[in-house]
Ligand binder design. Sequence first.
Ligand code: DAH
Length: 376
Amino acid sequence: MAAVFAAMWFKGSGRNPSLGPEGPPSPRGEGRNINGEAVKDEIAKVRAELEARLAQVLDAAALEAARVEFLGRTGGKVQALMDRLGKLSKEEKPAAGKAVNELKAFVTALLAAAKERVAALEQAKPAVRPDVTLPGRRPRTGRLHPITQARNEMVEIFSQLGFAVAEGPEIEDDWHNFVALNIPPEHPARDPLDNYYIRDNLLLRTQTSTVQIRVMEQTPPPVRVIMPGRVYRPDTVDAGHSNMFHQLEGLWVEEGVTFAHLKSVLAMFVEAFFGAGTKTRFRPSFFPFTEPSAEVDLSCLLCGGQGCAACKRTGWMEILGCGLVDPAVLKGVGYDPEAVTGFAFGFGIERAAMLKYGVRDIRLFYENELRFLEQF
Ligand code: DAH
């Protein structure tokens, strides 16, 4: 637009044939012509000034100041040029007048464009400025699930007692879940109602004892391992039961391992995990894969042994099953029961965590309720 405007001004100025045979007056000659040239120079100047000025305009206030400076009725640069038209000669006036009008249109158009640009800028600004003096927002950092914390602590305690960690698959075959653990085909534990069968020979493992078999199949004695992991049982879910939970299995097979080793390892673990002074009680029991077998009770950590709903008013809570590995199991994995003996134990990690932390409902561990989880 600026270029077109300059050309028009040039066409309608000094080379006007009506100036007569003398030709156009010299640019810096007689007074009459100086006015026309000066107006022309001034217009070019104003145009350049406006463009430079608008490049700096970023808000409505600066835009208004620019509008007053260029288009203001009194003292505006365009008006000042208009005022000067009156002093031009008759010949110069039409062309100069036209040029000044064109300047006015140019200024108006440029201001309108700037106004749109400023409006867009202001819209992009946030309505409320951030208060940079406010204290920062603390990021919500995650934490380990209480079951994971409990498992890690158990792994730590047993590793101090020389136990390595092993894991096995959650989908197991009949051999590892039953047969190798000395659980015969007619045993009620194999009832389809008590297991999540995938197909005849495959099921979700009901116990981590399966991993004992896998470890012994792969490793010659001695072995001293713990085996944490998930197990699955189609139990009715209530405060004490879940159809998925975690167990921690232990196995130590070596020449000369006795029930005394079992008792001392479990006593050390119980005091380390549940606190010094926690009492244990061994009751004779039966498991197909241990002989002899025992169940171990803890003095109830919720009531201190007084008797409460959680310990069924006995003052004791059953915590684990254990025993000396049945020679048939050792034979089945290729160990020589005449050369080595061993003990095994297994317990629910949830149950242990409930006792330790005073959680009365196992379902709290699986509901992802942050108010619960954030306490650990
Ligand atoms: N597997 C048993 C259960 O799920 C717990 C158990 C008992 C594990 C005795 C053992 C053991 O290793 O020796 O109830």
